[in-house]
Design a protein around this ligand. Structure first.
Ligand code: MTE
Ligand code: MO
Length: 423
C-alpha cells in the first residue's frame, strides 16, 4: 500500500507541475510559492504560532480550543492539543475511553448543529455534481440509514513521540512536543466512504478524494491555508475508510469530529479529517498544504520536494507515569502496548536493565490495531531504572535504537527510555 501511494504521489506531482492539479481553496501558484517558502519557514513558526482565526464559520464558537474537560491525570494540554497520559490506560480495556482520547486540533473544536449539518460531495470525479455549488448532499440521518460498520482503528499523530528527537537524540524537534500520548484506539461506527461515494455517482476516472473540516481556517506564517483537508487516493478511499458518527458506543464527541469524521485505518492521523463537510472527488490529482508542505518527510535521504507520509512506524509504550515510583524488592507486573501502521505486532521485548526478554502478549489482541503485553519485574534495590520496550510487526519492521532525523520531526519510532524510581 505504501509503495502504491508513493507512485500515486509521483504521478500527482507530475500532473501538478503540468498544471493539471488543483488544491481547493489555495491556487496552484500559491501552493508552489508555499513549497518554495518551505525551506525558509521554520517548522516552529509553522506549528507554534498563535492560532489566528481568519473566519469563524457559522455555528462555530471560537472561544474554547478543546470542549472536553482536561483532568491532569488523564490529559496534558499542549498548545491547541491534548496528549493522553499513558498511566491513564492502566487497568483500561482495549480501547481508549473518550474522556482520555488525545485531541489534535489545528485551531479549535467547532460546535456544529447536527440538524443542519450536511455532507457535501462534489467534483469532476462525480457524474453529476461538478462544482462546490452543486453538491450531492447527505444528512446525518441519511448516513445513519446506510449499512453501518464497526472498526477498532488506531489513530496516531505523525508527530507522536516528537519530543524524544530532542530528549533522546539531541536533535531539533520543532512543532508540538508530543510524548507518546498522541495515539489511541477507539471503536468507530459509521458508513464506508466507498458506499457514499458510489451513491453520489462516482466516475471510473476519479483519482483523489479530499474531505474538508468545518473547523476554522488554519492561518500560519501570515498565510491563510484554508480548511484542514488532505487528499486520499481513490484506492484507499474505496478500501477501509469510514465516515464515523460514533466513537466507543457514543455519538462522536465534539473534540473528535461531531457529527461525522473520516477514519483512515493505518494512516497518519491527519488523514482522518474531523468535522467533515465538503468532500471533493476529482478526476485530476488534488493537493493541499497537508500533503505538500506538512506531513512529508524532508531532510537527508529525501528528495527536495520531500516524501509523502502515509503509514505510521512501529512504537511501544508502558502504561506508566513518566518517572513512576514503584516499590523496591516487590514484583510488579508491567503493562504496555505496541502498534504499527504496517499491520499487527508479532513480538515484543522488554528490558528493565539486565537485557532483553520476551513480553507476554495478550492473546485476544493478536492481529488487532494494537497489542497489549505484560512483563514481570522485581526492582532489585532502590534507585533509578530505565525501562525499554521494543516491538516487531508481522512485516518484520522493528524499532531502531535511533529514529531517522527529518526536518519536521515526524515518525519517531526509536525505543523510548522510560525512567522509573524504585523506593
Ligand atoms: N478538521 C480537522 N481534522 C483533523 C485535524 C484538525 O485539526 N482539523 N487534525 C488532524 C490530526 S493532525 C490528527 S492527529 C487527528 C487527531 O484526531 P483526534 O483529535 O480525534 O485524536 O485528527 C486529524 N483531523
Ligand atoms: Mo496529527
Amino acid at each position: 500500500m505504501s509503495h502504491a501511494e508513493a507512485d500515486h504521489d509521483t504521478r500527482r506531482s507530475r500532473q501538478w507541475l503540468a498544471g493539471e492539479a488543483r488544491g481547493a481553496g489555495v491556487d496552484r501558484d500559491q501552493l508552489l510559492e508555499l513549497g518554495a517558502a518551505m525551506a525558509a519557514l521554520t517548522a516552529a513558526a509553522a506549528e507554534r504560532e498563535p492560532v489566528a482565526l481568519a473566519s469563524a464559520p457559522v455555528g462555530v464558537d471560537p472561544g474554547t480550543p478543546i470542549a472536553k474537560p482536561l483532568p491532569p491525570e488523564l490529559l496534558r494540554p499542549l498548545d491547541t492539543n491534548a496528549e493522553m497520559h499513558w498511566a491513564a490506560l492502566a487497568g483500561q480495556g482495549y480501547v481508549v475511553p473518550n474522556d482520555r482520547f488525545f485531541v489534535r486540533n489545528h485551531t479549535v473544536t467547532p460546535r456544529l448543529d447536527a440538524d443542519t449539518w450536511r455532507l457535501r460531495l462534489f467534483g469532476t470525479g462525480l457524474r453529476d455534481a461538478p462544482t462546490r455549488d452543486t453538491p450531492v448532499e447527505f444528512s446525518l440521518d441519511e448516513l445513519r440509514g446506510l449499512p453501518a460498520e464497526e472498526s477498532d482503528a488506531l489513530l496516531e499523530c505523525a508527530g507522536n513521540g516528537r519530543r524524544f528527537f530532542a530528549e533522546q537524540q539531541g536533535e531539533p524537534a520543532p512543532g508540538v512536543a508530543w510524548g507518546l500520548g498522541g495515539v489511541g484506539v477507539a471503536r468507530w461506527r459509521g458508513v464506508r466512504l466507498g458506499t457514499v461515494l458510489r451513491l453520489a455517482g462516482l466516475r471510473d476516472d476519479a483519482v483523489d478524494v479530499m474531505p474538508e473540516g468545518l473547523d476554522p481556517d488554519y492561518v500560519t506564517g501570515g498565510i491563510n491555508l484554508g480548511r484542514v483537508r488532505r487528499p486520499l487516493p481513490i484506492a484507499k478511499a474505496l478500501d477501509d475508510v469510514l465516515l464515523a458518527y460514533e466513537m466507543n458506543g457514543e455519538p462522536l464527541p465534539a473534540d473528535h469530529g461531531f457529527p461525522v469524521r473520516v477514519v483512515v485505518p493505518g494512516w497518519i492521523g491527519i488523514s482522518s479529517i474531523k468535522w467533515v463537510g465538503p468532500v471533493e472527488v476529482s478526476a485530476t490529482p488534488l493537493f493541499s498544504p497537508w500533503n505538500t508542505r506538512f506531513y512529508r518527510m524532508f531532510g537527508p535521504g529525501h528528495p527536495g520536494e520531500g516524501t509523502v507520509l502515509e503509514t505510521q512506524p512501529v512504537k511501544s509504550a508502558f502504561e506508566l507515569a513518566w518517572d513512576a515510583r514503584v516499590p523496591a524488592g516487590a514484583e510488579v507486573l508491567l503493562h504496555g502496548r505496541s502498534w504499527s501502521g504496517n499491520g499487527p505486532i508479532e513480538r515484543v521485548e522488554v528490558d528493565t536493565g539486565d537485557g532483553w526478554r520476551p513480553a507476554d502478549l495478550v492473546a485476544a489482541d493478536r492481529g488487532g490495531a494494537w497489542q497489549r503485553w505484560t512483563a514481570r519485574w522485581r526492582p532489585p534495590a532502590p534507585g533509578r531504572f530505565t525501562l525499554r520496550a521494543r516491538a516487531t510487526d508481522t512485516t518484520g519492521a522493528a524499532q531502531p535504537d535511533r529514529a531517522t532525523a527529518n526536518t519536521l520531526a515526524y515518525l519517531f519510532d526509536a525505543v523510548v527510555h522510560h525512567p522509573v524510581t524504585a523506593h
